[in-house]
Design a protein around this ligand. Structure first.
Ligand code: SF4
Length: 101
């Protein structure tokens, strides 16, 4: 996901797309009417891992609202993937998994 605003806030890491794969999205996405499960690549994520709906009115609200942060994105893509997988496990129904390592 890419930030749609400019400013001092952290910007998305070019070519990352970790959140467009690792997290589940329960709201409809064009072409994915039931949203997407965790670990499934969004159909709008390009081969260069950019959002094909960036700036489009039908881009899901959750995608527009999600902002990059050091906590979520870390300093490299592998850190983002590790954190997002942990977050998905922690927020899915069932017992708590563990503290983030
Ligand atoms: S619509 Fe765009 S920002 Fe949202 S998950 Fe798909 S590729 Fe990512």
């Amino acid at each position: 996901m890419e930030s749609e605003t400019q400013g001092a806030a952290m910007q998305c890491r070019a070519g990352c797309g970790a959140c467009c794969i690792e997290i589940s999205i329960s709201s409809p996405i064009p072409g994915m009417p039931s949203g997407k499960p965790a670990g499934v690549r969004c159909v709008h994520l390009s081969v260069s891992r950019l959002c094909g709906l960036f700036g489009a009115p039908d881009r899901p609200g959750v995608c527009k609202a999600l902002r990059p942060s050091i906590e979520m994105c870390g300093f490299e893509r592998a850190e983002a993937i590790r954190y997002l997988r942990w977050l998905e496990a922690e927020t899915s129904p069932g017992p708590s998994v563990s503290a983030y390592p």
